[in-house]
Each structure stands twice: as C-alpha cells, then as structure tokens.
Design a protein around this ligand. Structure first.
Ligand SMILES: [Zn+2]
Length: 574
C-alpha cells in the first residue's frame, strides 16, 4: 500500500505541525545563509544541510553569510538571528526548541538557541523527499521542543565498543544527532566476572599516565573464511592505544551531543586492586582479594582522586564538560572472580581491622560523600551514580538529607536502571517504590536497556524502553539513557528511545510507533514489513517466555561460572 503523500514522518515526533498547501522544490537557485555572527553549531547546521542535499542530488548549494545575498533570492535561512522572519512564535524557552518554516521561496530554521537550530536542521533533512524526480519539501511549519532534557545512550566498556575507531564513534554521534539524542555516556572502566577463556572480563578505555600498570589486553580467537584458518588477535582498546577520547568529546559538541566518561569503582573493579594490591580489600587471612577496595585506607581515595584528576584535567576541562559518572553499582560477593578457583565466592568488602569496626553501609556512604565533595570542588556539576547499591543498602533518604545539608543535591543525579517489561517490578525498594527519589528532591534519570549482547539471542527492548520513559516522565526525570553496547541491529530500539524521550506529550502506544517505524524505514512496503516485525517481536521481545527460552540455546549463558557445574562448562552438551 502506498503511503499517503501528505503524511509527514519525522523521528522523533514533533510537538506541532501546521500544514500549508503544496510542496517547495529545492532547486539550484536556493542558497543557504547563516548570520555572520552565528554560533559554530549553527554554521555546522548550514553546512550539514548542504551536505545532505549534495548526497541526494549530487549538487551542493552555496553556503554564505547574510552579507553575500540579496533578499530577493531563494534562501534557506539558518539560525536564531533570523527569528524575526518567522510568521509564528514558540512559547517554550527550551534551548533545543525550534521552528522550521517552509514557504514559497523562503525557508527559515530558527532555534531558541543554537541547539534548537541544529535540530531544525535534522528535521529539515528528514523532510527532504524526491517527488516526480525533484527534490522537495512539504510547505509547513514545525514547532518543536523536547520533553526530556537529556536523551541518549550509555555505551558500556565491552567487546565491540573496545574496537571502535574514532570514525566509528563519530558515525555513532551522527546517528544519535539525526534522532535528536544529545547525550553519550561512555563506560571507560569496568570489570566483570570470568566469562571467556577463564579470564576476568576487564576493560579500560583510557591510558592513565599516573597508573601505567592499568591496561586490559585482550586476545580473541576467530575463524577467518578469507584465510581459511583460525586467527588469534591480541589488542588493547582502540580508544586506549590511540587516546582519542578528547576528540570524541569535541566531535560530540559539533552535533549537540554531550559526551561523558563513566568510571566504576568498588564493585565491577578487579583490575585496580590487582595491580595496586596495597589498596585492595583483604580477606579474613589478610590476603588481598583483588576485588573491591579497603575503604578505611586513605590511599584508596588518594588513588581514585588522582585517577579522576587525570581524566578531568586531560579530557573534560579542555572540552568544558562538567559531567562525571561514578557508577558504584553491584557491590557484592560474586563467583567467577578468582581464575585459580572460579567457583569460589569472593567479597569486595574488606575484612581488615579498621573496616571491620564499621558497617558496610557506613563505609559506602562515606566513600560516596567524599567523592561527591571532591568532584564538586573539581568543578563537576553533574555527578551521576546508579541507584541500586544505594537503595539496596537503604541509604537513599540519608543520602538526600546529607546532600541537602551540604548544598550538593543539585549536583548529584541518581540513574535508575531497569531492563524488564513489568511495571510491578518498579514497586520495590530498589526503585524507591516507583518514585525514583522524586519525593526526596533528587535529580532523576531513567535507564532502560537499548540492546546489549549482540552475540546472544536478538532482543527487542521496546516494552522496557516505553515503560521506563513513561514512568520517568511521570516522576519528573530530567534524563534518559539506554544502556547498551552500540550495534546497528538494535536500530528499532534506538528509534523507540528517540521517539518517546523527545515526545511524551502526544499520547501514543507501541502499536502506533511500530506502524510509523515501518513506514519510515520501508516506505510503500510497510505493510509487509510490519508483519515481519510483528513476527520478529514474538521471538525477540525481552522478558517474554519465547525469547527467554531461545536465549538458553546460545553459548552466552554457558560462559558464566555455575556453582554446580564443571568450569569451563560443556556446551552444548550440558
Ligand atoms: Zn579495610
């Protein structure tokens, strides 16, 4: 079935579209104009739409400043300084709010601020269509602004992202910008239990000059059909060897994407205590556990502060980034920490005389508060952490009270993560009984899953993303990130994130989203595509019985240590 010619498909859904009669042909008479005083992001916008037109038509419109064109030419005006040329106003002050007005011979893209102009450009690009062989745009007015202030991805330090080149990160940022996603969190240090080849899974993406022993070499073995042989590849993360994190942040700025590091400690932390055992937690026999820290040893925080300093001074300050994610999730005893005895349960909580005098809750609380104070003094204005450890220890209220007392509450963000489809799960203590800390005055972000284990059974996370974004919006959350290791196969999950993080005001359900997505991606073939996507959904919907069952058939769950089975485990015989 053909799509209705007048139907306008834009991701994410704009707040308001006023249709006018007819189409505007973008021919070679058109010039693109920015104000001579324009912000660099607005100049980027002007060149960005010229590039898009060139990709579609093979000719590139001229991009000029406003002293080089006369008012009688056909012009695409780009920037907030052309606001006076619009026929209507935006009553919302949001810096990402914009108006795009397309009329005969004149097009205006104007934001409340440069980020708004940039998004007018993204909407403009999506509207460009060929009709009867001519590049055209529908005549209309788009008035638009986002519902969540921060929208984006948390890309974990794992296989996949570790091999991403600078160009791959740039491509990801361009993709995000096209969906009006403005935040990229990059996991730069994290450790997990033993999975492959009896090795602890550790990733460090940043070379720390003060701690040269900290590195995470990997060897992967794969079959190469080209060479008809098994190949062993040994490498360090590309971001580590080429040290391009600063370039990723700088590129993000050109696309209105804030890039922030996430550096874990306590849990998810085996590399630092192994390489610097003097600060490791110790066991009952006084031996370092190489998992977690001794929290009463002053050298522990000295080390962490020195690491934070290096990251802030080298990567964040030069790029004016004042966000930092300290993570601090899942601080508990685990199997799979000791390669010599994978089944042994190892505790990250220190058993030294000094630590033993205190409760874990006290030690954790003090550790977090000291970090928050330190980072705040270093000029970090948004210090983020996961919710789970703080709620697991029933410390949420105490934390909020202390932050208020020290005037730090506005500098801290709690990120509430949940990856399932069931709203009832959010009613537990771990999620502050569905309140996400809203009654305590804490800044809230919500974190659904965007697609993670691309080497496992494929997952659609639509239900989870939809649920978390709706709940977060109800509780006044200011940000949303999907936790993921970026992969294009999760395309639909990212579109769902874009759609519902930008626009919660227009009440729509997942069926409407699916139909729009199918039309957007598959055009006139959308009805067939919709059927195929529905079939895929029955197999891939995360949390459903079918997907859970199929997931057990893959190697992935067998890569973990099981208390009652021999390790490495036998697959698929087990
Ligand atoms: Zn200790």
């Amino acid at each position: 079935m053909e799509i209705d010619d007048t139907e306008v498909l834009i991701f994410p859904e704009p707040k308001e579209i006023i249709h006018k009669y007819g189409d505007e042909i973008i021919d070679k008479d058109y010039k693109i104009v920015y104000d001579y005083n324009a912000d660099p992001l607005e100049v980027e916008t002007a060149f960005g739409i010229a590039k898009r037109i060139e990709e579609l038509t093979k000719w590139r419109p001229q991009v000029l400043d406003n002293h080089k064109v006369s008012g009688r030419q056909k012009i695409i005006f780009v920037g907030m300084n052309f606001k006076h040329m619009l026929s209507t106003k935006l009553d919302i002050n949001d810096p990402e709010g914009y108006i795009l007005e397309i009329e005969e011979g004149k097009i205006v893209l104007s934001g409340n601020a440069p980020p708004g102009t940039f998004y007018a450009g993204e909407t403009f690009k999506q509207l460009l269509k060929f009709k009867k062989g001519r590049l055209s745009l529908p005549r209309l007015i788009v008035k638009d602004w986002p519902d969540y202030r921060y929208r984006g991805l948390y890309v974990e330090s794992k296989w996949g992202p570790d091999l991403m080149s600078l160009d791959d990160w740039k491509e990801l940022i361009d993709f995000m910008a096209s969906l009006k996603l403005n935040f990229l969190d990059i996991g730069v240090y994290g450790c997990w239990v033993i999975q492959y080849e009896n090795q602890i899974t550790e990733f460090l993406f940043l070379p720390l000059k003060n701690y040269p022993k900290l590195k995470t070499p990997k060897t992967i073995t794969y079959y190469s059909p080209m060479r008809k042989a098994w190949i062993k590849l040994s490498y360090l993360p590309r971001m580590f060897t080429e040290d391009f994190f600063s370039e990723v942040i700088a590129y993000g700025k050109k696309r209105n994407v804030i890039v922030r590091p996430a550096f874990n400690s306590l849990g998810h932390n085996t590399l630092i205590p192994r390489e610097y055992p003097e600060i490791s937690a110790i066991d009952e026999n006084g031996n370092p556990t190489y998992y977690g820290f001794c929290l009463t040893n002053p050298k522990t925080l000295e080390t962490m502060f020195k690491i934070y300093d290096e990251i802030i001074d080298r990567y964040l300050k030069p790029n004016n980034i004042d966000f930092f994610h300290i993570e601090l999730d899942e601080v508990y005893a685990l199997r799979g920490i000791d390669p010599k005895d994978p089944k042994r349960i190892v505790d990250p909580w220190c058993k030294c005389i000094e630590c033993s005098k205190r409760t874990k809750e006290d030690l954790f609380f003090e550790y977090v508060m000291k970090i928050v104070r330190y980072l705040s003094e270093k000029g970090i204005n948004k210090i983020c952490m996961w919710n789970d450890q703080i709620t697991r220890m029933n410390l949420l209220e105490k934390f909020a009270t202390q932050l208020k007392e020290e005037n730090l509450i506005n500098k801290v963000v709690i990120e509430w993560w949940y990856y399932g489809p069931d709203e009832k799960d959010l009613e537990s203590n771990i999620f502050d009984f569905g309140n996400f800390g809203s009654k305590l005055g804490l800044n809230r972000w919500v974190i659904p899953m965007g697609g993670y284990y691309f080497w496992w059974m494929y997952q659609s996370l639509l239900k989870n993303i939809y649920l978390m974004l709706r709940k977060g919006f109800e509780k006044g959350a200011e940000g949303v990130l999907t936790y993921c290791t970026f992969d294009h196969s999760f395309h639909r999950n990212y579109f769902c994130l874009s759609e519902f993080s930008w626009n919660q005001s227009k009440k729509r359900d997942l069926n409407q989203f699916n139909e729009k997505y199918a039309k957007f991606v598959f055009g006139d073939e959308y009805e067939k595509a919709l059927k195929a996507l529905e079939a895929l959904e029955t197999l891939s919907s995360a949390g459903d019985e079918v997907n859970s069952f199929l997931s057990t058939l893959f190697y992935y769950p067998y890569s973990y240590v099981h208390p009652d089975k021999i390790y490495p485990r036998s697959y698929p015989q087990e």
